[in-house]
Design a protein around this ligand. Sequence first.
Ligand code: FE2
Length: 347
Amino acid sequence: MTEPSHRCACFYTDNIFIEEYQLHVSFQDVQQFTRDYGRTLQSKGCRGAEKFARVLETVKKEVQRRQNLAGESLRRKAEISLYYKPLHPEVYVLKESFLTEEFLEAVRICKSPNASLESLLNNLHPIPDKRIYCFPVFVPQFCRDFVEELEHFEKSHLEKGRPNTMNNYGVLLNELGLDDSLITPLREQYLCPLASVLFPDWGGGSLDSHKAFVVQYSVDKDLDLSGHYDNSEVTLNVSLGKEFTDGNLYFSDIKEVPSNERTFIEVEHTIGHGILHRGQQVHGALPITSGERWNLIIWMRASSVRNKLCPMCNKEPQLVETIGDGDGFTVIKNDNGEETVDVCTLI
Ligand SMILES: [Fe+2]
């Protein structure tokens, strides 16, 4: 018998950026840190015990902050569920009436025995050579109600977590209680079948967790999003509204392609439409020039893929048990109670 898998994260100690010396580091203990970065820091001007101790303190604080994230999120979620009264309770539970006929048809094709990429191309709009697919996901009424719900929450006095390190404005859908009844069924019943045909080589058929959030752009908040890749195997980005001008998305190649060999294309994002892409494909958002824009982002993760190689640090993941879904990695205990990373699911 195999015990249930544990959700784990691997980013507590990796990819810590020391701004003062423009250096990315990882931290296990003082000895490792001194050995790995002592000389580099010296060469960048961090000389003397006092300066080094200050850097060490900053790095330790960041590790501590990351370790506290899941617990703080859980506390906010509990408070929201106690005190927040939704404006549109109906948007919290997924119904087929939220989804467009084109999207439903594409999913039906994917679930049929002879599903193939070719059979889908009339329903999805592929961007040549980039493996990006654009298609209508939500009907206009749902987009309006959903944005109204999020605005209503934003106006509440309750404490809010922010989506990620790059977006300052938005809502974490898990904290608002939208994961279990809206996003999880959307992933399991609709997006996973689609991704199994479009991205079988990225764990598309075994997307077993996600992180979902809404990001907000406006002229007095965040305007754009610089080039990056996601902490996901497959990402869905849906434009929810409201009214805005410019702000196209742009896509390049997988992050392993050297930057001087990458080519970029711009994609216009229509309200209600989703763009499905590989998380490791470099992309960003150009600045909007007026109005306000809300986007739903779902980072979908396949533990069968990331358990072998962490997509953010490109190393075998060093896992730490966490609360919730963590970063989508899993550890499974075998018959002898030993923890082994589950690598038996083939993609
Ligand atoms: Fe992204």
